[in-house]
Design a binder for this molecule. Structure first.
Ligand SMILES: Cc1cc2nc3c(=O)[nH]c(=O)nc-3n(C[C@H](O)[C@H](O)[C@H](O)COP(=O)(O)OP(=O)(O)OC[C@H]3O[C@@H](n4cnc5c(N)ncnc54)[C@H](O)[C@@H]3O)c2cc1C
Length: 388
């Protein structure tokens, strides 16, 4: 471990670009939420890092103004991972002086509530059933619903823009604007391992490399001889303006009920609660070369999201004010699956719905890159995400 100073506190968001101290020992490829979290967690440990990003930090799968933080998962190990991640979001938010997750809670309605609530309560998560009146107070935009409903009190809308800005500012000039073309282990054994990174403008070597490149990860993995079972697809989420005054409280929403014509809908609030991002959990398929076999797939999903809003969320104007199209990468065994591959000093995290898990995952990746080894529950063989 190096002796360079870890980030100290709220001053990081004020500083323009804290300067890296000493030669970086670890490289992170990609400045989405997973790469930024991993790099920041390395600094927490006093390990110097360089982050390569060929676009704008936080503008890949991590783009857009909100995400849902929820503890609910089918796999109790992911519930535990989400708890660790929630704690890290709280700690980092306090240290960097920004709200990273809203305090309004994460609401779910529909049959999934009966499966998830006992798992949450067993794990010590503050989650409870809601009656129709409490539901109306938590999600005042929703039309009347008296089926199963619950609230995860420590869930909420992730303030994605503020989080990416705060982590990027804390990393300062450790984030370089460059595309990584190849990552190549040079050998040396676990203790003396060196890994070469060739990017557009430089060739450097590091003790460890963490590839957090989102849909760019499978290509870099192939260069290492790894074939990752990642499926790519395209997704659309629409933002709708709240009619009238913004509600003081606006929880996130997951609707598995089917009562309003869809069984997989999610929604999260933008800061200030004046708008709500709504999407179907469904995606439209994409081939490896990113072409889409169903050309009208995104349009169909957008129309269904809009129709859902007209039926279920009368508190919103059903004409969208914004749209977010983006790629998603999933593993075959679950929509919430995540796993970390490892090869000769290179770590490659993969999965979907990683925004909520990123700080906790980042800390585990930082520990592994710092020589503590990768924990078995994160390896692909553990099939993280399958029902417990
Ligand atoms: C609309 C939408 C809604 C979602 N809702 C939720 C939600 O509610 N809750 C949740 O937890 N998750 C949600 N997700 C999933 C979550 O956003 C993603 O899992 C997460 O953002 C992935 O982050 P990442 O850092 O792995 O990838 P990315 O954000 O894609 O970051 C990868 C970065 O690597 C860079 N890169 C790629 N290749 C290279 C290269 N060769 N050299 C240099 N840089 C490179 C890219 O430019 C990119 O910035 C949602 C996703 C979408 C699209």
């Amino acid at each position: 471990m190096s002796t360079s100073a870890p980030p100290t506190g709220a001053e990081h968001v004020q500083q323009v670009a804290p300067v890296a101290a000493g030669a970086p020992e670890v490289a992170v490829v990609g400045a989405g939420i997973v790469g930024l979290s991993t790099a920041y967690a390395l600094l927490e440990r006093g390990v110097e890092v360089r982050v390569y990003e060929h676009g704008e930090p936080g503008n890949g799968q991590s783009g857009g103004v909100s995400r849902i933080f929820r503890h609910a998962h089918d796999d109790p190990r992911l519930v535990a991972a989400a708890r660790a991640s929630r704690a890290a979001y709280r700690e980092w938010g306090e240290r960097l002086g920004v709200e990273m997750v809203s305090p309004d809670g994460a609401v779910a309605i529909g049959p999934a509530v009966d499966d998830h609530l006992p798992l949450l309560q067993d794990a010590g998560v503050a989650a409870r059933r809601l009656d129709a009146d409490e539901l109306a107070r938590r999600v005042p935009l929703l039309t009347g619903f008296d089926g199963p409903a619950m609230c995860d009190e420590e869930g909420g809308s992730i303030r994605t823009t503020a989080t990416v800005a705060a982590l990027s500012a804390a990393l300062g000039d450790r984030v370089v604007r460059d595309e990584v073309l190849a990552v190549r282990p040079l050998g040396g054994g676990p203790a003396g391992q060196r890994v070469e990174v060739r990017s557009g403008g430089r060739t450097d070597t590091y003790r460890r490399v963490v590839v957090c490149a989102g849909r760019g990860t499978p290509a870099l993995a192939r260069t290492l001889g790894l074939s990752l079972p990642v499926t790519q697809a395209a997704h659309v989420r629409l933002t709708f303006a709240v009619r009238g005054e913004a509600p003081g409280t606006l929880a996130t929403l997951q609707d598995s009920s089917g009562v309003f014509g869809e069984t997989g809908v999610y929604a999260a609030a933008a800061p200030g609660n004046a708008s709500y991002g709504v999407g179907l959990s469904q995606t439209t398929p994409a081939r490896d070369d990113a072409s889409m076999p169903v050309p009208g797939g995104l349009d169909e999903l957008a129309t269904r999201a809009r129709d859902y809003v007209a039926r279920a969320l009368p508190g919103l104007d059903p004409d969208p004010v914004d749209v977010r199209h983006c790629w998603v990468t999933t593993l075959p065994w679950s929509d919430d699956a995540m796993a970390v591959w490892e090869a000769d000093g290179v770590l490659l995290p993969v999965g979907h719905n990683l925004y909520k898990q990123a700080p906790g995952l980042g800390r585990r990746l930082a520990a592994a890159a710092d020589g503590e080894g990768l924990e078995d529950w994160l390896r692909p063989e553990a099939r993280l995400g399958l029902p417990g």
